[in-house]
Ligand binder design. Structure first.
Ligand code: NAD
Ligand code: 6OD
Length: 489
């Protein structure tokens, strides 16, 4: 059986406590994961401290940039290993993992290698009375040892999204991937080892949240900052732990995103785009739309086109190039999603497509599958409209005016992303700006430029990462102020 070990101070270390890693396609056990105890996490934190205060802390920006590029090259070289681990842990189709997850894992290192070399710093000349002045300039320094806690939905993409800028800024890291998806993170530790990242700079600990590696990171005195992607409720628990020692936090949390489809859109392109926004990664992307508003004149046509496209979804084996949708991550998550399908019925929804569990007649019947689902007929106040489900499901309703749809789309405690479909340029700008979210996409969805700010408001998170926003979170800035006399005395 494959073993996923912890990586601490440049060594792969075993643990006597182990847990199973499941393949969601058929529920089989594919690996044993070594769970880190508090002592192992503290060894990782201490190793990180030694690295930051030692040779790693003295590397130049261009030396760090070169190392990041070597990490990206090594991910590319081991592309097939990453692909296999990603598909094994998540069951996502090869068409998705090979186009998004693994290439983005490498791209995250390349972009931050470039950005750290060109990142500007501020300087100001400050005029003083009597002809004197001061020069202020800023220096960028690492925060120290950063704790990184990541989720299972895009495991490599979301871990490297934080690892790359944090390393670019010269920090040491203690990373904990989700217990559901330990595979690609363990390969990333092998990559760090292979390209010569100094011992203690990148540490990986496996485990769960409460009373396990997650909590041991957030409560460790030696962790200088915490960056987290996951559920809003978990963010709240981590915030409480971080409050004790006033640690900086960056949170990318849940979403209950709206899609707004105006009658003047290109319907065919919109349905194509919406199939991605609703069902990519089985709806397990924080940016997926779960609330869809369609302008009344095209509502029926949109629903028919969507139902037709759903009939073409192929739920299959991950390695089959024709597969377009995989299972959910775990039995627990499948049960949660199905409980929302049941709740929707109780709340009065009409199920237009899906709503159940597919039957395959083979080993996949032991996996964690649910059908892509469309529902309608719920009031805006229903729990299914208010709470994040995080599955292949949406609720579609008609609307009549722009003002009405802006109000209804913004009627949520979350605020991550919106997607708007229209050919009216004026309206695209107006509605895009009116959304109370971190990102509004127009005639597109999940189109990423890694230099742009990424994050959410309300229950969707705290802060922004991406480009300079990442570099600023992962650095401590010191302003140096030098007073210069006006005339020689
Ligand atoms: P989760 O919150 O259950 O777990 C995320 C990570 O936190 C895991 O590594 C887990 O072990 C750890 N954890 C859990 N409890 C903890 C605790 N008390 N202390 C420390 N660590 C703890 O989230 P998930 O189910 O893995 O991921 C799905 C969620 O993530 C969804 O809500 C989704 O919207 C959100 N998400 C948000 C973004 C974003 O960018 N905003 C991206 C991806 C996923
Ligand atoms: O593309 C990204 O950088 C990013 N953070 C995506 C998040 C997806 C959420 O599931």
């Amino acid at each position: 059986m494959k073993q996923y070990r912890n990586y601490v101070d440049g060594q792969f270390v075993e643990s006597t406590r182990r847990f199973d890693d499941f393949n969601p396609v058929d529920g089989s056990v594919i690996a044993q994961v070594h769970e880190a105890d508090r002592a192992t996490v503290e060894q990782a934190v201490a190793a990180g401290r030694r690295a930051v205060e030692g040779a790693w802390g003295k590397l130049t920006v261009s030396e760090r940039g070169a190392l990041l590029n070597r990490i990206a090259d090594e991910i590319d070289r081991r592309f097939d290993d990453f692909l296999e681990a990603e598909m094994g842990d998540t069951g996502k189709p090869v068409s998705l993992a090979s186009k998004i997850d693994i290439p983005r894992g490498a791209a995250n290192f390349r972009i931050f290698a470039d950005m750290i070399k060109t990142a500007p710093l501020e300087s100001f000349r400050t005029d003083l009375p009597g002809g004197a002045h001061a020069i202020n300039y800023t220096v960028r320094k690492p925060l120290g040892v950063v704790g990184i806690i990541s989720p299972w939905n895009l495991p490599l993409l979301l871990l490297t999204w934080k690892v790359a800028p944090a390393l670019a800024c010269g920090n040491a890291l203690v990373c904990k991937p989700s217990e559901e998806s330990p595979g690609t993170a363990t390969l990333l530790a092998e990559v760090m080892d292979a390209v010569g990242v100094p011992s203690g700079v990148f540490n990986l600990v496996h485990g769960f949240g409460p009373d396990s590696a997650g909590e041991f990171i957030t409560t460790s005195r030696g962790i200088d900052a915490i960056t987290f992607t996951g559920e809003s409720r978990t963010g709240s628990a981590i915030m409480r732990a971080a409050a004790e020692h006033v640690k900086p936090i960056s949170f990318e949390l849940g979403g209950k995103n709206a899609a707004i489809i105006f009658a003047d859109c290109d319907l065919e392109k919109t349905v194509d785009g919406m199939m991605r926004a609703l069902y990519l990664n089985s709806g397990q992307v924080c940016l997926c739309s779960e609330r869809v508003f369609v302008e009344r004149p095209i509502y029926d046509r949109f629903m028919e086109a969507l139902a037709e496209r759903i009939r073409g979804v192929r739920m299959g084996w991950p390695s089959d190039e024709q597969t377009t949708m995989g299972p959910l991550i775990s039995a627990e998550h499948r049960d949660k999603v199905l409980s929302y399908y049941a709740l929707a019925r109780e709340e009065g929804a009409r199920i237009v497509a899906g709503g159940g569990v597919p039957k395959f007649g083979d080993e996949r019947d032991r996996g964690y599958w649910v059908e892509p689902t469309v529902m309608t007929g719920l009031p805006d106040t229903a729990r299914c409209i208010k709470e994040e489900i995080f599955g292949p499901v949406c609720h579609v309703v008609p609307f009549d005016t722009e003002a009405e749809v802006i109000r209804r789309a913004n009627d949520t405690e979350y605020g991550l992303a919106a997607t708007i479909w229209t050919n009216n340029l004026q309206r695209a700008h107006r509605v895009g700006e009116a959304m109370k979210v971190g990102i509004s996409w127009v005639n597109s969805w999940f189109l990423r430029d890694l230099r742009t700010p990424f994050g959410g408001r309300g229950l969707s998170g705290i802060g922004r990462e991406g480009g300079m926003h990442s570099l600023n979170f992962y650095s401590e800035l010191t302003n140096v102020c030098i007073q210069i006399e006006g005339e020689e005395k």
